[in-house]
Design a binder for this molecule. Sequence first.
Ligand code: HEM
Length: 163
Amino acid sequence: MHAEVDAVLGSHAPTYEDVPRLEYTTKVLTESMRIYPPAWVLVRQAVNDSVIGGYLVPKGADLVLSQYVTHHDPRLFPEPERFDPDRWTPEMRRALPKFAYFPFGGGARSCVGEPFAWMEGVLLLAAISSRWRMHHVKGRKVEMMPRITLRPKYGMKMRLTRR
Ligand code: HEM
């Protein structure tokens, strides 16, 4: 990511026009939201009796769909616990079933902020990593705290070194 950011940005601050060329940085964000989807679960209510995958879902039933569980399914993402931005090849994306990756939900109520969030996330990563290297402070516990969004229970204490 550092190499890409240096090549794309040179010495200028990242702008909207840089986003399409920050391909690897985008993969880092994609993979981060696979392993730790900020919205880790969403709920729908059946408006009619329906049959889904052979199961009867009665009218009024709540359906819980978890991004976290789906994104960690080894049938969809081999070695799901491994952080591997390179898994996001165009071929892999084409082969991935619809809704196997859904950090922004899906359907009529999916996130209206999705394009903005991608742009903002990539530009933030590029802006920070163009100047700094971030290292997790050894010995600091990393644990998930699943509330409405998925949060780090003890924060993420990082040591920054100037590049
Ligand atoms: C990484 C950042 C973000 C994530 C992971 C995220 C995720 C989500 C998810 C999972 C939903 C529910 C979708 C569903 O039920 O199918 C949602 C809805 C929504 N999001 Fe986001 N979101 C993000 C950023 C944003 C931003 C930046 C905005 C506004 C600028 C935004 C505005 C909304 C709104 C208004 C809804 C409700 C849409 C509706 O019910 O019609 N989100 N988001």
